[in-house]
Structures are given as structure tokens and as C-alpha cells.
Design a binder for this molecule. Structure first.
Ligand code: HEM
Length: 449
């Protein structure tokens, strides 16, 4: 209704939207849909403000910054401990398993739910310098000089806001229908928390902040994203918006990728075994051996990750809005191989999920999970876009890949096997797509030490 939509799965058209004709498109209503929580930041803006955001945030994703893998270890150990116990030691409102589905196997656990907690803990530590610590059995208290917050209260607020924002995105130009009191209250809770941390940072009460910016000098290893960013801008609203933009873009995507990986690994034991052998040969059992460089050398792990991202891209459908009259290179004429007119205001929708399964690019076995295809042929361009492409390519790509690799290596170092029941294996594979996708119903598995 009221707008023209073009749906295309032709990689040439995707290249045009995202790169060669980038200037003719915007991200449409994304700002209106997401701004109640996120404000104006890298993910929600277009044009000059987006360009400014991208330039300002780039140093935060420098190689030096994203190679601080030890940031994850404390949180990963908490995850491993829960998985060793084989039971959910903390109260959960997540997915449930019907009793017949456990087939008498004790200790099946929804690891997806735990991975969402893990990425909440690591991303709040990275961004704010204070982790929500949701993997801990205690309800952590996060203290600022102005107030203190319960972790459960903040976690619940993020949950409510995440769901409402997803509804607003899904409902297109009817987004304004989703704006109830609970959503507004939860937004306020999150804003208050982030604003208090920013207040402390700007008033020199941050833990690791250098007193003034020294050009080209590395900032303290322990400085948070907000502390480092406060050297670029002292506008508290801008600081809050950019931090929340990053949290939204990076947290559930990373948890989703890890969950899909474990979904495939429990169903493909030969891949699990080969991956475990490779990991033990490359890194041994000591977390100290894991570095950015050694991860990059572990090609089989890269192949498995690539294959999971191919079959389950975390943003399975994406779109852009034409901000002027333009053309797409393909789709017109009798043979649909000629340019086609795109009137200003049209939405161009590209289903990444389908592009990643096109037989003309991926072969007859395109629907199959086969990591070795990346050893046979790793050359793909616009037919493989799990992180998008062009000027707006995911800024956190290397950050995400190093976190996912680190967590997977730690799981493989600790557990010799991963199992589940026949009833769980028999479940139909359904994905849930909110702002990014994950496995509907959870990933129910048991890890063997
Ligand atoms: C497996 C994990 C991830 C996947 C699959 C992923 C995928 C994507 C995709 C497809 C986009 C393009 C969205 C669009 O323009 O429509 C994007 C953008 C973005 N991602 Fe990621 N992402 C991941 C993790 C992360 C992480 C960990 C961070 C930050 C810590 C991050 C930060 C961002 C930001 C800020 C943008 C917006 C960039 C811009 O518009 O210039 N992402 N990501």
C-alpha cells in the first residue's frame, strides 16, 4: 500500500544498491522506527550524519581494539561452568522443552538463551566498562555516582525494547502503532543508566580515561568504548545514541551466529570432530594460545563460520529506499536482463537468505551444510553478503568474527562432544526473525566434558 516494492535476488542489483549507485538510496524509515531508543547514530542515520558517525567510530574498530580477546574470558568461563553443570542454574523465561522431547536425557539446555546472555555481558563490558553479568546467578548491581541499577531490571528493559523495536521495523510505515507505556518506561530506564555512565565519564570519574587526548597514542587497554569515544565528542546525547546503536547492531547478531553454529554442529558430528581436532592441534587446551593471528590461521574454523553465515544470514532480508529516480541494472525487458526503472520512494528488497542459496552460484548442493565448499572455491562477491557490502558494510565484522571464533574455540577446548535427543533432531527447522534471526524454540543440547 502506498509504495512500490521491488524484490530482487540478482547479485548485480544488490551491488548497484549497496555500492555503485549507493547515493540513490537510504535506509528508509529505520530512523523513525528505531529512534525512540537509539536516537541518531551510525545505524539509524543517512547522508552527512552517517558519514560523520562512520568516520568517528572507525578507530573503535581498529585491529588493536578488536584483538583484546581476553575481555571475553571471564564471561566465557561462566558460560562453560553452566554448561558443565548441564542445568540452568538461573531462572529463565526463555524457550521451553516439552517433556517428551528430552527422551530421558538429563541436562539438555537451551544454549541459545545462554549465548544471548553471554553477548549481553561482553557487549556491555566493551561499551560501558560495566557488564550486566547476566550469566551470574546473582542479580548484579551496577553502580554509578548518581544511582545504581539492578542487572535484571536493565536486562528486562533491553528485552522489552528489543521486541518492540522489532515490531516497529516489521510493521513498516505503521511503526507508530507500537509505542506503549511499558516500552517508554523501559526506554527511560536504559537511557538513565547510559546517561549516568556518560556523566561519570565526562566528569573524569570513568575508570580508565586519560585526562586529555594525545594524538595517535593508544588509549589505555582497559578503556571502554564510551571512554574512548568521549575523546572525540563530549555531546552526551550523541555518546548515548552511538553506544546504543552499536549494542543493537552487534549483540543479538553475534549470539545468533554462535547458536546457528551449534545447531549445525550437533547435527553434523563429522564436522564437530574435525573442528575439534583442528582446534586442539592449533590452540591446545590453553586459552592463552588464542590470539587474533592464530584464529586467522585456523582456516577450517573460518570455513565452518562462512558456511553457517551462508545458510543462516543473521539479517535474512534487507532493503533500501530510493531517494531519487534511478535504475537497477537487471530485471527489465523480455528476458529481464535489461535495466529497470526505480521510481523515487520505491523500496528495493533483497532476500539475502535466498541469494545465499542460488544454485547458479553455489551448485546443486546449495541447500546443504558443507563447510568444505569453501576449500574448493572461496571466491564469492555479491552472491555472499552476510555483512552486507559497499560503504555501509558491517563495521563490526572483524570484531564479531573474533568473538565468535574465541567462544567456539573455548567450547571445543572444553567439551569432547555435543549431543541432543532424536525428538529435538526431528523438530522442523524454523527461524525467528526479529531485528536479526535465530533458532525458533532454542538450541537444546548437552555438552560432554
Ligand atoms: C555475526 C555478527 C554480525 C553480523 C552477521 C552483522 C551483520 C551486519 C549487516 C548485514 C549490516 C548491514 C545492515 C544494513 O545496512 O542494512 C551490519 C551493520 C552494522 N553492524 Fe554488524 N553484524 C554483526 C556483528 C556486529 C558487531 C559485533 C558490531 C559492533 C560491535 C556490529 C556493528 C554494526 C554497525 C554499527 C552497523 C551499521 C554500519 C553502517 O550503517 O555504517 N555488527 N551488520
Amino acid at each position: 500500500m502506498f509504495s512500490m516494492n521491488i524484490v530482487t535476488q540478482d547479485p548485480e542489483n544488490v551491488k548497484s544498491i549497496l555500492a555503485s549507485d549507493f547515493k540513490s538510496y537510504s535506509t528508509g524509515l529505520r530512523y523513525q522506527q528505531l529512534s525512540p531508543l537509539l536516537g541518531k547514530g551510525i545505524f539509524t542515520s543517512n547522508g552527512a550524519y552517517w558519514k560523520h558517525s562512520r568516520a568517528m567510530l572507525r578507530p573503535q574498530f581498529s585491529r588493536e581494539r578488536i584483538t583484546r580477546l581476553h575481555l571475553y574470558e571471564g564471561h566465557v568461563v561462566k558460560l562453560l561452568d553452566i554448561l558443565k553443570q548441564g542445568s540452568i542454574a538461573i531462572t529463565d523465561k526463555g524457550n521451553t522443552l516439552n517433556s517428551h522431547e528430552s527422551d530421558g536425557v538429563d541436562g539438555l539446555i537451551d544454549v541459545q538463551n545462554l549465548l544471548l546472555k553471554l553477548t549481553m555481558d561482553t557487549s556491555t563490558e566493551f561499551l560501558f566498562g560495566q557488564s550486566l553479568d547476566t550469566l551470574s546467578p546473582d542479580d548484579a548491581i551496577l553502580k554509578t555516582s548518581r544511582s545504581s541499577y539492578r542487572s535484571s531490571q536493565l536486562n528486562n528493559a533491553f528485552d522489552v525494547c528489543g521486541k518492540t523495536l522489532a515490531d516497529r521495523v516489521r510493521s513498516g510505515n505503521l511503526y507508530f502503532l507500537f509505542n506503549n507505556r511499558k516500552f517508554r518506561q523501559c526506554t527511560k530506564t536504559i537511557h538513565n543508566f547510559v546517561d549516568d555512565i556518560i556523566y561519570d565519564t565526562l566528569n573524569g570519574k570513568g575508570k580508565n580515561l586519560p585526562s586529555e587526548k594525545v594524538p595517535d597514542e593508544a588509549v589505555d587497554e582497559g578503556a571502554s568504548f564510551l571512554e574512548e569515544l568521549s575523546l572525540e565528542t563530549r555531546d552526551p546525547i550523541e555518546l548515548r545514541s552511538q553506544a546504543l546503536n552499536i549494542l543493537l547492531a552487534g549483540r543479538s547478531t553475534t549470539a545468533g551466529l554462535l547458536s546457528f553454529m551449534l545447531y549445525f554442529l550437533v547435527r553434523n558430528k563429522s564436522v564437530w570432530n574435525q573442528l575439534r581436532e583442528t582446534v586442539l592441534a592449533t590452540f591446545g587446551t590453553d586459552p592463552e594460545n588464542i590470539s587474533y593471528e592464530s584464529i586467522k590461521r585456523c582456516t577450517y574454523l573460518q570455513h565452518v563460520i562462512n558456511e553457517v553465515l551462508r545458510l543462516c544470514p543473521l539479517v535474512p532480508v534487507n532493503m533500501r529506499c530510493a531517494i531519487k529516480d534511478t535504475v537497477l541494472p537487471r530485471g527489465g525487458g523480455e528476458e529481464e536482463d535489461m535495466p529497470i526503472f526505480v521510481p523515487k520512494g520505491s523500496l528495493v528488497i533483497y532476500p539475502v537468505f535466498l541469494i545465499h542459496r542460488l544454485k547458479q552460484f553455489w551448485g546443486e548442493d546449495a541447500e546443504e551444510f558443507r563447510p568444505d565448499r569453501w576449500a574448493d572455491n572461496s571466491f564469492h562477491t555479491w552472491d555472499y553478503i552476510p555483512f552486507n557490502g559497499g560503504p555501509r558494510i558491517c563495521i563490526g565484522q572483524q570484531f564479531a568474527l573474533s568473538e565468535v571464533s574465541y567462544v567456539m574455540i573455548r567450547l571445543l577446548q572444553t567439551f569432547k562432544d555435543i549431543t541432543t535427543t532424536q525428538s529435538v533432531l526431528d523438530r522442523e527447522f524454523l527461524q525467528r526473525t526479529n531485528l536479526s534471526s535465530n533458532v525458533l524454540g532454542g538450541v537444546w543440547v548437552k555438552f560432554i566434558e
